[in-house]
Ligand binder design. Structure first.
Ligand code: FAD
Length: 286
């Protein structure tokens, strides 16, 4: 974990681009509330294959304008052509955006995963560097519990290194509730000579069904002791919210102690769950 300790911790929040007027108004309030905590940046997800191309662009612009805080788009390459990606990257550059969360993405099931001209996130990192040099700070995804499609942890670590070698500036992890998974991942990265900040993605726990559904999709493990508790209180949202806040606050405390260089909160466009953990940890003062 030594290499991570030299980085100044940074804290950020992630949103998805809302579809409806109600969702847009809600995100205005949520981003204003979270903006008061002075995060390092906000980010806005992208629907693979370009399904949210315009909405992601518009949401990035509006969150940045409402809050005055740097806002980064996510961009994925699966299902998009080089030309579509080139246009979007230059549009972001021309609009004063200087950070991109750079991904392969997942097409909806049945559409395959290799459509598009760039196959892996490492290809997209290399493409953005070719197009715009050092303009963007490029975030990439990291998987302490292994990406669900990887053939082995070693293969996944090599794929992660390929993104760093292609020019990634820092990484954000898939969420996890197991500190050892992160520690071993970071130690393996160190042994391979990977030296970029590996910021931890944090998923607050607020709802049993949603958490299990997301976790099954993305391959994040929900430890049995957490699962059994939220399962047996599945309809008691107050219990889950309180329990989840305590569990995730403890997780974050252990990670900070270990030297994790920051957190990126998957807010799902809700202020309160992330904010209460943020406040418990006094992250605005770190
Ligand atoms: P890659 O790094 O390309 O890896 C994908 C798989 O291919 C892995 O199994 C890897 O081991 C393997 N691989 C990579 N390179 C090679 C190679 N050269 N040879 C063989 N195998 C290889 N999804 C969205 O659609 N929109 C979003 O906005 C979004 N935001 C995210 C934000 C974060 C912080 C994270 C952690 C994930 C996000 N995702 C998002 C999900 C992500 O798109 C999926 O996890 C996707 O399946 C993999 O994307 P990646 O960028 O990690 O892909």
């Amino acid at each position: 974990m030594e290499s991570q300790k030299k980085y100044t911790p940074r804290f950020s929040f992630e949103f998805f681009p809302p579809k409806t007027d109600v969702g847009i108004n809600k995100l205005k309030q949520v981003s204003e509330t979270l903006g008061q905590q002075n995060p390092a940046f906000f980010s806005v997800t992208y629907g693979a294959g370009g399904s949210t191309r315009d909405r992601t662009f518009e949401t990035v612009a509006s969150v940045k304008e409402i809050t005055g805080i740097a806002t980064a788009p996510h961009l994925s390459c699966v299902g998009d052509t080089r030309e579509q990606l080139r246009e979007l990257i230059h549009q972001y550059k021309d609009n004063g955006i200087n950070r991109i969360v750079t991904l392969r993405g997942d097409l909806p099931s049945g559409m395959g995963a290799s459509l598009g001209e760039l196959k892996y996130a490492s290809d997209l990192v290399a493409f953005i560097r070719e197009e715009t040099g050092d303009h963007f700070h490029l975030e990439v995804a990291a998987y302490p519990e292994m990406h669900p499609q990887a053939t082995s942890m070693d293969a996944d670590l090599k794929a992660f290194k390929a993104k760093v070698d292609a020019g990634a500036s820092s990484a954000i992890t898939q969420y996890f509730y197991n500190v050892d998974a992160y520690k071993f991942f970071v130690d393996s990265c160190e042994k391979m000579g990977i030296d970029i900040p590996i910021v931890v993605g944090i998923m607050p726990i607020t709802n049993h069904d949603k958490l299990m559904r997301f976790s099954n999709m993305c391959g994040a493990e929900v430890p049995r002791w957490i699962r059994t508790r939220i399962e047996s209180h599945a309809t008691d949202l107050d219990y889950i919210t309180k329990f989840g806040e305590e569990v995730v606050t403890n997780l974050c405390e252990q990670l900070l102690e270990l030297g994790a260089p920051g957190f990126h909160f998957y807010t799902l466009n809700q202020a309160e769950p992330s904010l209460s953990i943020w406040k418990n940890l006094n992250l605005s003062d770190i």
